[in-house]
Write a protein that binds this ligand. Structure first.
Ligand code: ADP
Ligand code: MG
Length: 222
């Protein structure tokens, strides 16, 4: 599902450089990424999502080489195929919970917003324990609630690939289990693939594979 070959990336400013000879995540796999802060985990997810493009090499998602798409196509590709739970949520403060979750449908013609989608969005908020907050502005939510909105938004289009950047980092233990169950169930139900960055070592046994990011700086795992 994800296939990276000979990728090289650096930010315009600063020293950081990410080199990846080879990185693969199989279709249907649930992989966790661990590694110290600043090691490049978020950068990796952004490269896979096509938010960043490598200076060299190939980043393929499914059959698509995301690094070769034009900006517009890359954005449409991301919105329709990838559910991204951002580390900092990236909610729009001036929209309420439901409108935040539906937002991807409003910014691309590639997703179609109909009653079925609205009902599904509503159901997701209930499953996530924020059903009573659908009309609340994102600004007026706790961190944990914002996180759950971000997860709902990522899951709603039933993407084939879910990228989750420390998606349970702001949740109490009960909600963490609940949300993780939902995330995993959604992945299983849709035959999706999950790549999740986590600092939470308790959760690692739930994944098929754990990728230690420090391996990459030592030349990269096969
Ligand atoms: P992680 O998610 O593992 O904590 P990041 O991928 O966010 O790491 O960051 C990797 C490195 O790249 C860090 O040293 C960070 O300071 C740097 N970095 C992140 N974003 C930018 C940016 N926009 N411009 C320059 N450097 C950046
Ligand atoms: Mg990060």
């Amino acid at each position: 599902m994800i296939s990276i070959r000979d990728a090289d990336f650096f930010y315009r400013k600063g020293e950081f450089r990410l080199r990846m000879a080879r990185f693969d995540v199989a279709k249907g796999e649930k992989a966790a990424v661990i590694g110290p802060s600043g090691s490049g985990k978020t950068t990796l997810l952004n490269l896979i999502a096509g938010i960043l493009t490598p200076t060299r090499g190939v980043v393929r998602v499914g059959e698509t080489d995301v690094s070769r798409l034009t900006d517009r196509l890359r954005r449409d590709f991301r919105i329709t195929n990838i559910g991204f739970v951002f580390q900092d949520f990236e909610l729009l403060d001036y929209l309420n919970v439901l409108d935040n979750i539906l937002h991807p449908y409003r910014i691309t013609g590639a997703l179609k917003l109909d009653k079925g989608v609205r009902d599904r969005a509503s159901n997701l908020t209930r499953e996530m324990g924020i059903g009573d907050k659908q009309k609340r502005f994102a600004n007026d939510l706790s961190q944990g609630e914002k996180q759950r909105v971000a997860i709902c938004r990522a899951l709603l289009p039933q993407p084939k690939l879910i990228l989750a950047d420390e998606a349970t980092g702001n949740l109490d233990p009960v909600n963490k289990t609940l949300i993780l169950d939902l995330l995993f169930r959604s992945v299983d139900d849709h035959g999706a693939t999950l790549l999740a960055v986590t600092h939470d070592h308790e959760l690692l046994n739930r994944f098929d594979r754990v990728v230690d990011f420090q391996d990459f700086s030592r030349g990269g795992p096969a």
